[in-house]
Ligand binder design. Structure first.
Ligand code: NDP
Length: 293
C-alpha cells in the first residue's frame, strides 16, 4: 500500500501548534509575531500566494503588515521600505514575494532584509548557517519549502540516516537547501540538474526522490525504485480536456499515477508540499519573534 503524504493534514497540525505557541507568547510578552508582506506589482500568481500567506498568518495569530507597491516603484524605494521594516519593532519577519519586476535586482533586495527578520530563509547568512549549524538547531531560519519537505519525511517515522536521496533541481530556494537538510539527516545525497547524465538511472538508485524541476510529469514511474519515497515540489499549470472543454490543471514534476505504483509514499499535487511551505513561513516568523526576545 502506498502512503499518500497529506500536506494539508500535516500543515494543519503545524498551524494548530503554532497557534497555541503564539497564544503563550502573547501571554508572556504581551506581543505577537509580526510579518511584513511586500508585493510589488500585480502578478496574478503572486497575489494568490500573498493572499494565502496573509490568511494563514492571521489565523495562527501573527500580525500581518501589508505593503502592496506599484509595479513602477523604484529599487531604491523598495530598499528604503525594507530598511524601515528592518528597524520596526513590531516586525519580526519580512517577506518579499517573488518574482520582482525586471528593473530590480532580486538578490540585492533579498540581501537587504536583516538576517534576523529573513522569514524565507534566503539571506546568505542564514543559508551559510544552514550548512554549518548543529543538527538540532531550532533557532534557524530555514527556506520554507525544503523544510516542509523534511517535515513530511520525518512524519513517516522511518530512519533517514543512510538513505540514498536524489534531489532533482539545484535552485537556491529549493534544491540546494533541500540537499543541506538531507545531509544533516545523514542521507547520502545526489543533486541532479539539467546537465546530469542519465537522470533515469540516477533516480532509480534513490530511496528518496525530491523533485523540484518545474517540468510537468517529467519524473516517470519507471525511474522510481520499488519502495522509494517521492516528494514532488513541482507546481505546473497544464491545460487538459475535461468533458470536451479545455481546463487548467495543477500537476507536479512527477508522473503521479505511474509513480504511485512503485513508491512506498508519495506527495500529491496539489495538497502536498504547497501547504507545508506556508506553514513553515509562519514557523520562521514565530522563531524570529522568539529569537528577538
Ligand atoms: P528553478 O527553475 O529555479 O530550478 C529548476 C531546477 O531544475 C534547476 O536546477 C534546473 O537545472 C533543473 N532542471 C530543469 N530542467 C531539468 C531537466 N530536464 N532535468 C533535470 N533537471 C532539470 O525552480 P524552483 O526550484 O524555484 O522550483 C521548482 C519547482 O517547484 C517549480 O515547479 C516551482 O513552481 C515549484 N515550487 C513549489 C513550491 C511549493 O511551495 N510547493 C515552492 C517553490 C517552488 P539547472 O540548474 O541546470 O538549470
Amino acid at each position: 500500500m502506498t502512503t499518500i503524504i497529506d500536506g494539508k493534514e500535516i500543515s494543519k497540525k503545524l498551524r494548530e501548534d503554532l497557534n497555541k505557541e503564539i497564544k503563550n507568547l502573547k501571554n508572556k510578552y504581551n506581543a505577537v509575531p509580526g510579518l511584513a508582506v511586500i508585493q510589488v506589482g500585480n502578478v496574478a500568481a503572486s497575489s494568490v500566494y500573498v493572499k494565502a500567506k496573509t490568511k494563514s498568518a492571521q489565523e495562527v495569530g501573527i500580525e500581518v503588515i501589508d505593503h502592496h507597491l506599484e509595479e513602477s516603484v523604484s529599487q531604491d524605494e523598495l530598499l528604503n521600505l525594507i530598511e524601515k521594516l528592518n528597524n520596526q519593532k513590531n516586525v519580526n519577519g519580512i517577506l518579499v514575494q517573488l518574482p520582482l519586476p525586471k528593473h530590480m535586482n532580486e538578490q540585492l533586495i533579498l540581501d537587504s532584509i536583516h538576517p534576523d527578520k529573513d522569514a524565507d530563509g534566503f539571506h546568505p547568512l542564514n543559508v551559510g548557517k544552514l550548512s554549518i549549524a548543529s543538527h538540532n538547531d531550532e533557532n534557524l531560519l530555514i527556506p520554507c519549502t525544503p523544510y516542509g519537505c523534511l517535515l513530511m519525511l520525518k512524519g513517516l517515522n522511518i530512519e533517514l540516516a543512510g538513505k540514498n536521496a536524489v534531489v532533482v533541481g539545484r535552485s537556491n530556494i529549493v534544491g540546494k537547501p533541500m540537499a543541506q537538510l538531507l545531509i544533516k539527516e545523514s542521507c547520502t545525497v545526489t543533486v541532479a540538474h539539467s546537465k546530469t547524465n542519465d537522470l533515469p538511472n540516477v533516480c532509480k538508485n534513490a530511496d528518496i526522490i525530491v523533485a523540484a524541476v518545474g517540468r510537468p510529469k517529467m519524473i516517470k514511474g519507471e525511474w522510481i525504485k520499488k519502495g522509494a519515497i517521492v516528494i514532488d515540489v513541482g507546481i505546473n499549470r497544464i491545460e487538459v480536456e475535461i468533458d470536451g472543454e479545455r481546463k487548467n490543471k495543477l500537476v507536479g514534476d512527477v508522473d503521479y499515477k505511474e509513480a504511485e505504483k512503485s513508491a512506498s509514499a508519495i506527495t500529491p499535487v496539489p495538497g502536498g508540499v504547497g501547504p507545508m511551505t506556508i506553514a513553515c513561513l509562519l514557523r520562521n516568523t514565530t522563531i524570529a519573534f522568539k529569537n528577538s526576545r
